[in-house]
Structures are given as structure tokens and as C-alpha cells.
Write a protein that binds this ligand. Sequence first.
Ligand code: ADP
Length: 469
Amino acid sequence: MKRALFSVRNPATLEVVSSAVPDCSVQDVNDALMAAEEGFSAWSRETGRAKSRAIRAWHDRIVEEREELARLMVSESGKPLKEARGEMDYACSFLEWFSEEAPRVRGRVDDGVARDRRFVTLRQPAGVAALITPWNFPAAMITRKCGAALAAGCSIVCKPAEDTPLTALALSRLSEGLFPDGVLNMVTTTRPIEVGEALCSSDKVRAVSFTGSTRVGQWLYEKSAGTMKTLGLELGGNAPFVVLEGADVDLAVKCALASKFRNAGQTCVCPDRFIVHESHYDEFVDGLHERMESLRMGNAMADDDVDLGPLINEAAKTRVAALVEQAAKCSIRQTHTDYARHGPNFYPPTIVEIPSSNACSQTQCWTEETFGPIVAVTSYSGSDEDALRFANDDSSGLAGYVVCRDLRRGWRFAEKLQVGMVGVNESIISHAQASFGGIKLSGVGREGADRGIDEFLQDKYICLGSLDF
Ligand code: ADP
């Protein structure tokens, strides 16, 4: 039977980059799950050292193809080439990290509890893992999840986002021959709901790891209840970025620019709600506006020096434009007024100045994660506690940022901020060694660091008794 295929387009130009991506059905998912079950029985028995070597070999192959993969990523995501190169390094760092963690998975023995018994805890691989990844980091979200799952001894069915399946397929091709058959299965599809349902309802799948929107994460959470899976959910944020009274405003502008416009504002840790002490407000907003002018916008396939690419697709652009239109009562400052000449999915960097904290709750680009190049900003007067209350007034809790001169104040602020990750005088916070994750509606579980492997492992406690000596 002829396989169904789908096309991928460069979001900057809408040119077709590939028209031959397999459009997998539920039957394909079930086949992949069968293969993964077999793969699991072989892979889970490998030693930690053997797992480590295979993951490392995958890493080494990817490093060799870094430039080609970065360019492939640009072609389907539209992100600037320098960001794609950076993402390849970031992606590789997870495989390197988890190749080092694989031999260090170890249980424990409690031998002081009873004279005639020993309590042994094994850490066993959970089973088949379903990994569902987003389009904004087409390589790194795959290696972050695959690295941890493989190091734990799990086999994988991975469903990359339909906007960016090419990087995923290329990564999977580079793994060929390194792992036993059936260990790593890539399922590309335009039918995420059907496929998601099949993965969640299958009792073959024991762990689900998802990065994407809160809406879909909640759906997956519900769908997984029937089979009681372990879940790792990295969902949306609405990150506060707070400039405390006395802060270095130049640093605040630098941090804001570096993280707000990364991937055209399409990362879940991008700052969204800028809360600036009134004594710095004008200097901050003017400074940021000036620096925004210098960003180079364009099609990164044609220009290696682009800083700002398009939004991922038309729906994303329409959504971002609607958020700005809804804020019509606010003062709006845009740069790149000729943005439309670059292509249909471009949107200009935009500052939305919200006149008061009361107005914030009426302004959608404040209450919702923007996922676009929008700086929603307001000022506060009063103490750090006032800023903190304001920052914590949100149902999400992924990342948060605070810029301060006095580190003691910054530290206190960071400890009280209701988020899973905080940048203090720093806005680029994701690293393989760092524990990534959110609280509140931003998800459950952590990725990266030594913790990242936990969602792919399960404890087994064995009580060894009758040791009559
Ligand atoms: P965004 O809105 O930013 O595209 P999504 O949460 O919709 O974020 O997508 C993230 C990933 O989740 C993508 O791989 C997408 O295909 C997938 N996805 C979307 N809906 C579902 C679903 N119902 N079940 C499983 N995966 C889904």
C-alpha cells in the first residue's frame, strides 16, 4: 500500500522543503509500539556502560553533522542560523550528559533497619516511553527526552511536531545501528490527536514525556489516567521579568533582548510580563526599543546573519496580531514597520505599554503567554514585595527573571517567586546540567540534570528476609 505523506514548508517563504514526510496512522503507532516492546527487552538488559557508549556514539554522529542539521532546522522552523547552531550544541549536550548518567543509575540497600532483613531498592527502566515534542526546539527537545529515556533503559516511540519533523527524522537516521532494533521509533504525523490518544491509551506505554501547550498537556494527563502512566509535562509559561528598584538598567535591557526575541519570542521560557520599578521604567523601555531596532529580520535560509525570523505558521501570526489588537488602549511601539516584505508569517517586535497594574488583568498579552515578539510592560511603585505579588499573580509558573543590584534582595525574590526556574541577572537559563521544569499549570516533573532520568525509572523494593546470623 502506498504510504500517506505530508509536506513541510519554510515558514519564512512558504516554500515546500519536503513533500515526503510519512503521515503515520494509528496502525503505524501500534506497529511502533510492538517494535518498541521488543526493543525494550533487549535494551533494558544492557549494562549502563554499554548504554552510555551507544548514546555517546549517537552524540558523536550528530556533532559531525551539526552544520547540515542546523541548516535543515532553519529550513523548517525559520529560526536564525546562529540560534539553530546554538540549538544543535544544546541538543548534543543532552546526549553527552545522559551518556554520562547512564552508568550511574543505581539503587540502594538499607542494611540497618532490621537485624535479619535487608531492604534493597532497584531502579528499573519504566518500559516503553512515548515522547511528544514541539516545533520550537526541533532537535533539543528530542535529545533531552531521548537521552534520558535511553540512559534509563527505556525504548521509545517519539512523535515530533508536524511543523518540524525533518530534523527529528534526520536525528533518528543518525541513530541507525547504534541501538537494538525497535529501541528508537519516530512517528511523524499530521494527526496528533489520534496518535496522542493511541499512545496514552496503550498499556504498552509506561511513561509519557511531553513538551508543548498547557491545553494539550492537560488533555494528555487526563488520557493517561486510565493506564496510570508516569508523566513528565513541560507546558507553557507566562514568565515575569522584574526589574527591581536600583537595578542595572543596561543589564536589564541586555537580558530582555537576549531572551524575549529568541526564536522570535517562541520559547516557553521567554519573558512575557515585564514589571519594572517606576524609577527605571522610561530608561528601560526606551533602551529596549532602541536595541530592538538593531535586530536583523529576514529569511534565515537566505541570510546567515538574521536575528529575527518568522512565526512558525499563519495561525501563530494571526494569534499574536490579535493579542496586540486587543491591547489597542495601551501605548504600542513597534519597530521593523516594513516587516511584511520579508514574508507572510513575520511579525514586528512590539512593546505594549500597559498603563497600570489594574489594566494588566484586562490585557490579553499580559494574561496569556504571547509566544511572539511582544514585550508587555508595566511599572510598579512600592517595595519588592509589591512586585512579587504582581509577578506571582498568574496560573502558570515556568520561568521567572529578576534583575537587581543587591544580590540579597534578588535571592529573596527568587526564593519567593512561584516558578520552577529563576534567572537572577541572567536570562539564558537552560542547560543540560540544570533541572528544567515548572510548577502550577506549567507542568510536572523535571528534565535535564540528574533528575531528568527519574521519570523513566521506577523503583522496585525487595525485602530480603530470614537472614538469621
Ligand atoms: P503549539 O500550540 O505550540 O503547537 P501543541 O501543544 O499543540 O503546541 O504541540 C506540541 C506537540 O504536541 C506537537 O508535537 C503536537 O503535534 C502535539 N499535539 C498536539 N495535540 C496533541 C494531542 N491531542 N495529543 C498528542 N499530541 C498532540
